[in-house]
Ligand binder design. Structure first.
Ligand code: AFP
Length: 339
């Protein structure tokens, strides 16, 4: 990238401009998705600003601390959830919302209803907040089937039915990665403009990577294919170099690195958690959608992740996602176990 030229760039592709361009490619589109996405972007900007101040919590009273007026402040994940719920409802474009923070789905009141359902984790990786590690918001968007008859079934659809998905990573910079089903693009928040600018156009994940990412502390409980795959990463028998291990423990950050550098991220099933840890609707599906759109793949140990049909809103699933060829190796190991 030419940084000098960048500093003087005057033709900025903001996320709003990008989404409007996408909208104009579809003559039937009436701007509903564009409006919905702009409300999600607003939520992300709010959370980015709150996360930036989290380290000052004790000083200024944020995130579970008491502020100077002696008022108890809301925890960042609770605050983020409220912000997203309000932004999504007020967009007038949503119908059913599923949040990691809320046990039940939110059904938007009829007067404010639109045709989309949004499943989201407002602040994923929140156990990392206090040590300044990157965390993020993840979202997946579906279209409802029938506006007059909205049910939970509208969000219990296979991931392949999503119309858009993305995440926003609050890290050394704030990056929003989005797919509306036509490739993957990354936008970085320019704090001086308050705008997300296209910085990573048409992201494609390398076909094969040099990194594997997993919580190895769970190794004693892994199933055979997972154990064999990780063994292969460390001690390859084909003369190739061993892969490096990178694990942050914050899905957005681990997936973001995987998307840009290649490799594989796994949260497998184990004897203690037969369905793994990660949630289908707002972790597994959006990240799988992005991976496929970037040329990678995503597998549950049984099937293509986006083919899974969830039966509960907070359902979990094992997940292996990343570079096409790396995930292919995992699929072969599971197929061998079946025999
Ligand atoms: P927290 O939100 O509790 O920090 O969990 C984060 C997460 O859901 C996901 O972002 C990580 O990939 C995964 O859990 C990490 O899980 P382990 O701590 O079990 O490795």
């Amino acid at each position: 990238m030419d940084h000098e030229a960048d500093a003087y760039r005057t033709d900025l592709m903001t996320i709003t401009r990008y989404v409007l361009n996408e909208q104009s490619r579809n003559p039937e589109a009436r701007g509903d998705l564009t409006i919905l996405l702009s409300h999600i972007v607003l939520g992300c900007k709010f959370v980015a600003s709150a996360v930036n101040k989290a380290g000052l919590a004790k000083l200024i009273g944020l995130a579970g601390e008491t502020n100077v007026q002696g008022e108890e402040q809301k925890k960042l994940d609770v605050l983020s959830n409220e912000v997203f719920i309000k932004a999504l409802v007020s967009s007038g474009r949503t119908c059913v919302l599923v949040s990691e923070e809320d046990e039940e789905a939110t059904f938007v009141e009829p007067a404010l209803r639109g045709k989309y359902c949004v499943c989201f984790d407002p602040l994923d990786g929140s156990s990392n907040i206090d040590c300044g590690v990157s965390i993020g918001t993840i979202f997946g968007i579906y279209m409802i089937k029938d506006k007059e008859n909205v049910t939970l079934e509208d969000v219990l659809q296979p991931g392949k039915n999503m119309v858009a998905a993305g995440y926003c990573m609050y890290g050394s910079s704030c990056t929003l990665v989005l797919s509306t089903g036509n490739g993957v693009n990354g936008f970085t928040l320019d704090p001086s403009l308050g705008e997300f600018i296209l910085t990573h156009p048409d992201i494609k994940i390398p076909k094969k990577g040099k990194i594997y990412s997993v919580n190895e502390g769970n190794a004693k409980n892994w199933d055979d294919p997972t154990a064999k795959f990780v063994e292969k990463c460390k001690f390859p028998k084909d003369g190739s170099s061993p892969k490096s291990l990178r694990y942050i423990g914050s899905m957005v950050a681990d997936v973001h690195r995987t998307l840009l550098y290649g490799g594989v991220f796994l949260y497998p099933a184990d004897k203690k958690s037969p369905n793994g840890k990660l949630r289908v609707l707002y972790e597994v599906f959006p990240m799988s959608f992005l991976m496929e759109q970037a040329g990678g793949q995503s597998f549950t140990g049984k099937e293509r992740a986006l083919d899974l049909v969830p039966t509960k809103i907070h359902e979990r699933s094992p997940i292996f996602l990343g570079s096409y060829e790396d995930v292919e190796e995992i699929k072969v190991l599971y197929a061998q176990q079946e025999k």
